[in-house]
Each structure stands twice: as structure tokens, then as C-alpha cells.
Write a new protein. Structure first.
Length: 463
């Protein structure tokens, strides 16, 4: 699932204990059994291999806190049916938490996750990118489209799609939107790529990073959804359109227009969750719940927000109980934490996350989410201890997130001087990172928090 806010302060951990040996062994065994032979965090090696073999390079860009990345790897990329495609590409996974992938990030900017690229290794050129989750069938179509772009010779609407995909993949979103529009106008109504193209078009408006882009993103989503075939991509268009409408500040658009877009797109998201059922993961459905709960919160509909949050959390608890493996259950932990915090019932998520931390001590996401749940309970010492565990091996921008959350816990505990030092340390660490790993939005937020802490107390003048 994409992260729609650039200012999230999140995640990090790996506890290095003897208990981790078994975890590492299980991870390596699972990786050996995967149908697709992913190279881990070595772009130079993957690029050289793709050049030598004369095949395109498929890249999965991830980060530790990306729940949808975990879900994709567990439920889609692990599908045995994908094994027949193994030799058609070289497969690379890059974690943007790691400093060794800075050069890759500089060449191929990554601002949302999961991010899929298909690259031409001959020119190191992006042929195609996809910004969300897919079903196995949709992924196979994506592979076919990427291979066609690499080999050349496409004609008709497929040639237009190759052109549009390349423009979008290379960040030329204004040009891409024009060609994507032409693709949709040219393609047959029942064309199997229509959902993916519609999502790319909506994304291209959003990625202009302008107010008009947000309005166009929401408006285009509403225009494209009616009559389109129901699919996971269809639900992504609805969710992305709603997120764009929710991101428009009231002062930036006529209020009735903004309200219309938000309400209409919330209805489409609700429609995506209803019958007939769309093939989607628990993770994908949870993001739809999240968008609707946020909408009820924005509308100041407390009863609706509470009822929907209860439905969301109950859904996650039910699915977790049915999970076939401990890891499949643990993938849902961040969603459960979010739903429990929204419902103001952190106690409903804490036992599950405490269990996951015991079972997966290398998973640095869990203790950070526990710190937020403990904080919501007023258990400040437990919250700080959880951030200590999270800081053991948090890297890059994830370390900044953990440091920032730790500072906020210290602030709430009234340890003003220590909180201010923690914020200064977080700012200094963030500014020491390579520019491509540095979130200016997060730095600005940390600096605002520091300025508030260090501001002299206001004295009310005598009357």
C-alpha cells in the first residue's frame, strides 16, 4: 500500500541475540524455496547478470515498515506458479533502509511502497513501474508488458502502452498522463490492462504534487470507475482517488466541491469492499477500511468512525486467527495496531504484538508499534523500552522515525530536556544521511517539535 503522507514518523528494529539464529535459518530456507531467485541488495550484480543474459531486470523496492511489501512477498511473489517466469528476468530486491542502495535510489527515485520496476539493463532505463499491490495474474500481465517493452516491436495500443509506461516510469508524469489518456481512449472496453492504466493515470495526476493534481486525481478516479470491471486495480483507483480528495485542504478548494469528491469516492471504496467480492489480500482490504475510517474522522462522524473502526479491528482479529502460519498472522500486526489505536483500545492489539516479538525477534517493526500502543495506555517506561529495542538495528530513515517517536514519548513524560536532546540527535542523524534517504518533511516536523519544546514559556500579562 502506498504511504500517502510524507511525514510519517515510523519504524525500526532488529535484536541480535542467539535466538535469532533459528530465525535466520528459517528465512534462508524459505528464500531457497521461493519460485523467483531474487538477488538481495546488489544492483551492480543484478545489472551485470541481466546484461550478460540479455533479459530485463525486475526490481522490488521495499522498506522495513511496508506492510504491503510483506504481504506481496508472502502471498504473491511466493506463488509456485511464478516459477515458470524465473528465467525471463533477473530478479532484484532492494531495501531503501540500507545505505548500500543509495546509488539505486538516486537513479530511480522511490517515494512509495511497494514499488515495482522493470528496467532495460542495456541503458539502465526504466521501462515500467507499478506503485501498489497486484494479484498473481496481474503480475504476470505486468511481466508480459515489461518484456514486450524490452524486446520492442509493439504495435497499436500496445505501442502506446509501451510509450506511456516509459514516461510514467521515468517520472515524466505530465507527458505520461496525456499518453495514458490516449491509451484508454484507444483500447477496447474489455481490455485486460484497463485497470492498470487507469491507476497509472490517476497516479500521474497525484505525482504532479500540486493542488490541481489532487483535484484532478480525485476527479479522474470518479470518471474512470463507473462501468469499469471490478478488480484489485479498480479498488486501488478508488482508494487513491479518496486519498487525493482527503488531502485537499478546505481553503484550497471550494468546500462543497471537496466534500462532494470525498463523499463520492468514499462510496466507491465501500463499493470495492462489497459484493461481488474482489480478489484482494487482507492487507488490501485493511487499507480500504483505513481510508473509510479516516473519512469518518474528517467528517466528524464519531459514531460512524467508532462503528467502522470496530468492524475493521474485528475483521483483522478474525483473519489473524485463521492465518495459516505465525508469519502470516504477524504481517497483520501493524494493521491491528492502527485499528486498535483508532478505536482507543490498545489492549486488544498488545498481546498479539508481544507474541510476534517473541517469535520474530529480528522484525524491527513490532517493538516500535508496541511503543505506540504502550504510550496510548500511559505505560511510558514500557514505551521507551520498546523504542530502545527498535533502535538496536534501525537504519537510515527508519532510525530517524524511531528517534522521533522516542522524543515524543519523552515529551509526553515531561522529560523536556531529554526530549529536546533526542530531537536534536534525530535531526543531526537525518541531516547526516545521503540526500535521497533524507525526508525534508520529517526534518521540518522534528524541527517544529524542537522549537516548541525550547520556546520560552508564555507569561500572561496582569490585567
Amino acid at each position: 500500500m502506498r504511504t500517502y503522507s510524507g511525514c510519517l514518523l515510523l519504524l525500526g528494529l532488529v535484536a541480535c541475540t542467539t535466538a535469532n539464529t533459528g530465525v535466520r535459518d528459517r528465512v534462508e530456507q524459505a528464500r531457497a524455496a521461493e519460485p523467483l531467485p531474487f538477488i538481495q541488495d546488489d544492483y551492480a550484480r543484478a545489472l551485470a547478470e541481466a546484461k550478460a543474459r540479455g533479459v530485463p531486470l525486475f526490481v522490488l523496492a521495499t522498506t522495513g515498515w511496508c506492510i504491503s511489501c510483506r504481504s506481496m512477498k508472502a502471498h504473491v511473489l511466493s506463488s509456485p506458479s511464478l516459477g515458470r517466469h524465473a528465467d525471463r528476468f533477473v530478479w532484484l530486491e532492494v531495501s531503501t533502509d540500507s545505505s548500500q542502495n543509495v546509488a539505486f535510489q538516486q537513479k530511480y527515485p522511490i517515494e512509495s511502497y511497494p514499488k515495482l520496476f522493470i528496467l532495460d539493463p542495456r541503458e539502465e532505463k526504466a521501462l515500467l513501474r507499478f506503485n501498489d499491490t497486484l494479484t498473481v495474474a496481474e503480475l504476470e500481465q505486468l511481466l508480459e508488458d515489461g518484456e514486450r517493452a524490452y524486446k520492442g516491436g509493439a504495435k497499436g495500443v500496445e505501442a502506446l502502452l509501451v510509450q506511456a509506461d516509459a514516461l510514467f516510469a521515468q517520472g515524466r508524469v505530465v507527458e505520461a498522463s496525456k499518453v495514458l489518456t490516449e491509451v484508454l481512449a484507444t483500447a477496447p472496453a474489455d481490455w485486460s490492462r484497463r485497470g492498470r492504466v487507469a491507476l497509472a493515470l490517476v497516479e500521474s495526476f497525484y505525482e504532479t504534487y500540486e493542488l490541481r493534481g489532487l483535484e484532478d486525481c480525485a476527479t479522474k478516479a470518479l470518471e474512470l470507475l463507473p462501468g469499469a470491471s471490478r478488480s484489485l486495480a479498480w479498488s486501488h483507483v478508488a482508494r487513491r482517488g479518496l486519498a487525493c480528495a482527503q488531502s485537499i485542504l478546505p481553503k484550497e478548494l471550494e468546500p462543497k466541491r471537496a466534500e462532494f469528491l470525498q463523499n463520492a469516492l468514499e462510496e466507491k471504496v465501500a463499493e470495492a469492499m462489497g459484493p461481488p467480492s474482489i480478489d484482494m489480500s487482507v492487507d488490501d482490504r485493511s487499507w480500504l477500511y483505513s481510508g473509510r475510517v479516516w473519512m469518518r474522522q474528517m467528517a466528524k462522524d464519531e459514531a460512524g468512525e467508532k462503528a467502522l473502526a470496530e468492524e475493521w479491528l474485528t475483521f483483522l482479529e478474525t483473519e489473524a486467527a485463521k492465518a495459516p502460519t505465525p508469519w502470516a498472522r504477524a504481517i497483520l500486526d501493524p494493521h491491528r495496531a492502527d485499528a486498535a489505536l483508532q478505536l482507543k483500545t490498545p489492549e486488544r492489539a498488545i498481546p498479539a504484538l508481544e507474541q510476534s516479538e517473541k517469535e520474530f525477534p529480528q522484525d524491527y517493526v513490532v517493538p516500535l508499534r508496541l511503543s505506540q500502543l504502550y504510550q496510548a495506555q500511559g505505560r511510558m517506561e514500557d514505551a521507551l523500552a520498546a523504542t530502545d529495542r527498535a533502535l538496536v538495528d534501525a537504519q537510515g530513515p527508519r532510525r530517524v522515525s524511531v528517534m522521533g517517536i522516542r522524543a515524543l514519548i519523552l515529551k509526553e513524560r515531561k522529560d523536556t530536556a531529554i526530549a529536546a536532546k533526542a530531537l536534536r540527535d534525530a535531526i543531526a542523524y537525518s541531516e547526516s544521511l545521503p540526500e535521497v534517504q533524507r525526508s525534508m518533511c520529517s526534518v521540518s516536523r522534528l524541527k517544529r517539535e524542537l522549537a516548541q519544546l525550547e520556546a520560552p514559556p508564555q507569561v500572561t500579562p496582569p490585567k
